[in-house]
Design a protein around this ligand. Structure first.
Ligand SMILES: Nc1ncnc2c1ncn2[C@@H]1O[C@H](COP(=O)(O)OP(=O)(O)OP(=O)(O)O)[C@@H](O)[C@H]1O
Ligand SMILES: [Mg+2]
Length: 255
């Protein structure tokens, strides 16, 4: 599928010909240079915009009434007027889960992830890392069949990010969901995912795909593993080439 934006008579081909499948319970990472169409891709998958060419097949997973995809945005997406507890429980509220149950489940998650005692705080009273933890908790409690994450940890400092990655892995290992995780950070992609898609610079297209063969649970130190460094080199080689590729005149044809 492809996406071309048209504004003021000029068109920008954001995604040329992106074609891939995800599997149930798979953690798929998407890496690619800035502006290659990663956010656009997630928006299409979330149903927030239509592809201008091609189709997105939404596979209904067994046991699910309907495929529900949920997008965690690049920027902070908590509701400023809701408390931490209300934010964390929001997805459950949308599913009409009763107050007692949703607050119980949200409290348990907040406690597990170091936010006990902060239930009544408002987002502006939290650190960046805490806000992102609440956003991740909210998304997991929403139980989407496909979780789409757009560089959710990009704004956090390196240490906070390492903590958030471990927390995301811990939650994911407990309740495997299908995740599509967009990131600039190759280490992050390797640490978290089962498979990595590399997108080319604008217009975005899948230029390579890598399996991540490391067993789980994974520790942050996995990024120092020799085998991993080899994988990282191979991914970088693909990324390098795509960054250097001239984007002018590239007329992607949406399929
Ligand atoms: N609403 C829009 N109208 C016109 N062009 C757009 C629109 N949204 C995105 N684009 C263009 O489409 C291309 C892809 O944008 P997108 O935000 O998907 O990239 P990205 O890979 O998420 O970038 P980043 O890594 O910086 O977040 C860019 O050239 C962008 O300028
Ligand atoms: Mg983006």
């Amino acid at each position: 599928m492809g996406v071309t934006y048209t504004a003021n008579g000029t068109s920008v081909c954001a995604l040329a010909d992106v074609s891939f499948e995800t599997r149930e319970r798979e953690f798929l990472a998407v890496v690619g240079p800035s502006g290659c169409g990663k956010t656009t891709l997630l928006r299409v998958l979330a149903g927030l915009q239509e592809p201008t060419g091609g189709v997105v097949e939404r596979i209904t997973l067994p046991g699910d009434q309907a495929q529900r995809a949920l997008l965690v945005f690049q920027e902070n997406s908590l509701f400023p007027w809701m408390t931490v507890l209300e934010n964390a429980a929001f997805g459950l509220e949308m599913q009409a889960v009763g107050r007692r149950e949703r607050e119980g489940r949200a409290r348990a998650m907040l406690e597990r992830f170091g936010l006990a005692g902060r239930e009544r705080a408002y987002p502006h009273q939290l650190s960046v890392g805490m806000k992102q933890r609440v956003a991740v908790i909210r998304s997991f409690l929403s139980e989407p069949s496909l979780l789409l994450m757009d560089e959710p940890f990009a704004a956090a400092d390196a240490q906070t990010r390492a903590g958030l990655q471990q927390e995301l892995l811990a939650i994911w290992e407990q309740e495997h969901r299908s995740v599509i995780f967009v990131t600039h950070d190759v280490d992050e992609a390797i640490l978290l995912s089962d498979r990595i898609l590399v997108l080319s610079a604008q217009p975005g297209a899948v230029v390579a795909e890598f399996r991540v063969p490391f067993p789980r649970p994974r520790e942050t130190t996995v990024t120092l593993d020799e085998q991993l460094l080899a994988l990282k080199r191979r991914i970088w080689a693909k990324l390098d080439r795509t960054v250097k590729a001239p984007s002018r005149g590239a007329e992607g044809r949406p399929t």
